[in-house]
Design a protein around this ligand. Structure first.
Ligand SMILES: Cc1cc2nc3c(=O)[nH]c(=O)nc-3n(C[C@H](O)[C@H](O)[C@H](O)COP(=O)(O)OP(=O)(O)OC[C@H]3O[C@@H](n4cnc5c(N)ncnc54)[C@H](O)[C@@H]3O)c2cc1C
Length: 414
């Protein structure tokens, strides 16, 4: 049904990415990454650049295609068929590109955004610290101004591309006064992989392997002042904007993973026999397929509607709520769909004969990274309470429809 409601541009983009995924990614790449034989698939990013598939929303002059969020999410679903590692590397430029294209200077766009979109420079996001990722404003990395540059010190953890990226979008504290308002104490820098930037540890992962998730250390790194994005203290403002691509990329990518598992499992149930008949004839099996397709369509609906609302100019607070809802709902739904796929395939679904087990391992990260499900809930309720408290009540006053609505003395609030 979704193809019927997509714009022509979105349909074209979906086909472009689908063709790329089908024709350009050899199974050997996924296998090597899953076996940890590759720690950063440089050629994949170069190929994406050659096909002009990096950051489709970035303006054409900076190497993108000038498309919208609707196109972005349908492209992400297609890339999501590959699991979560290659889609993560596809998503990182979308995330860091948001900061550079919305807030970056012309110098930053020419020297980082454009080569990144062309697949010539590789990016990473350095936000999480060993001390914690959820408490973003508690960041302790520091950047102290000295003449025409900043001196950066500190550590970041779980940085995908820690091994392989050319530059890191790094949040650091420019106001180190402990009493400073955290909302304006942080700044965002483009940090080249240069002297003083070291990869200290590469993490072994349940899934999502081959992206080089690392702890990186900044030791007296000289960052030119031209690499500060927007201005000192603007880190909080940029972070609120980067939440949108962070969460929507995870929400949309998961759809492809779940879809492909559901395809495999559904086909399997038409071939596999038990008790003398195809297992799809057992409602215990086919109803799991029914539940899965319902969940997947519901997840795709929330993702697409969120994308379209942003394209239509939804205000920033609403965007933050919608992307958080999308990520929470989609990652939970996709996890369930992938588990259902494994269940209807029986024991063989758990083996490495089929890719379900890898995609299941990969997809577990959805509820953890780019903000955990708990943090999504924190934002959803926060933004909704703000809306309810500040908005004028325009609906019918249904409280008056209660039989004893006039029993005002019984309406106690503690
Ligand atoms: C494979 C992988 C790749 C990653 N890639 C990147 C990357 O490229 N760049 C990057 O910067 N980061 C990256 N991350 C980090 C990821 O975004 C963080 O792990 C995540 O945001 C959670 O932070 P944390 O691990 O420090 O958990 P913590 O913040 O320590 O949270 C621990 C638990 O406490 C809960 N919690 C914390 N605060 C609250 C609260 N206020 N209310 C309710 N519950 C709360 C959390 O939900 C969680 O369950 C990656 C992580 C992994 C595993």
């Amino acid at each position: 049904m979704f193809d019927y409601i997509l714009s022509d541009e979105a349909k074209k983009h979906k086909e472009r990415v689908r063709t790329f995924v089908r024709d350009e990614i050899p199974p050997s790449l996924l296998k090597q990454m899953d076996r940890n034989e590759i720690q950063y698939p440089t050629e994949y990013l170069q190929k994406l650049g050659e096909h002009n598939l990096i950051c489709c929303r970035v303006p054409v002059e900076y190497g993108g295609r000038g498309l919208n969020w609707e196109c972005e999410v349908v492209g992400l679903e297609e890339i999501g068929v590959l699991g979560s590692s290659l889609p993560c590397l596809y998503s990182l430029p979308i995330i860091t590109g948001e900061a550079m294209s919305m807030f970056g200077s012309e110098y930053q766009k020419q020297n980082y955004l454009k080569p990144m979109c062309e697949g010539k420079k590789f990016t990473a996001e350095a936000l999480t610290e060993p001390r914690g990722g959820s408490d973003f404003f508690g960041a302790t990395c520091s950047a102290i101004k000295e003449g025409d540059h900043y001196i950066l010190n500190g550590e970041k953890r779980f940085v995908v591309g820690g091994e392989g990226a050319d530059f890191f979008l790094t949040y650091a504290r420019t106001n180190t006064d402990p009493k400073a308002d955290p909302k304006t104490a942080l700044s965002l820098f483009i940090v080249d992989k240069t002297e003083g930037v070291s990869t200290e540890y590469l993490f072994g992962l349940l899934g999502t392997r081959g992206g080089g998730a690392a702890r990186i250390k900044f030791s007296n790194v000289k960052v030119p002042k031209e690499n500060l994005i927007l201005g000192e203290g603007a880190g909080g403002k940029i972070f609120y904007q980067m939440m949108v691509p962070e969460r929507l990329t995870t929400a949309a990518g998961g759809l492809g993973s779940a879809r492909t598992c559901l395809h495999i499992a559904t086909k399997y149930t038409t071939r596999r026999k038990a008790f003398g008949q195809e297992i799809k004839n057992f409602q215990g099996v086919s109803f799991k397929i029914a539940d899965s397709i319902t969940l997947l369509d519901a997840a795709r609906s929330i993702v697409l509607n969120t994308a379209r609302s942003i394209d239509a100019g939804a205000p920033p607070a609403l965007q933050r709520r919608l992307v958080s809802e999308s990520k929470k709902f989609s990652t939970k739904a996709c996890w369930k769909v992938i588990n259902n796929a494994m269940q209807v395939m029986g024991g063989i679904g758990y083996t490495t004969v089929y890719p379900i087990e890898r995609i299941l391992r990969d997809s577990r990260i959805g509820e953890l990274w780019t903000g955990t499900t708990e943090i999504m809930n924190l934002i959803i309720q926060h933004e909704y309470y703000k809306e309810i408290i500040t908005e004028k009540w325009l609906d019918r006053d249904v409280e008056q429809d209660a039989l004893d609505s006039d029993a005002v003395e019984e309406k106690h609030y503690g």
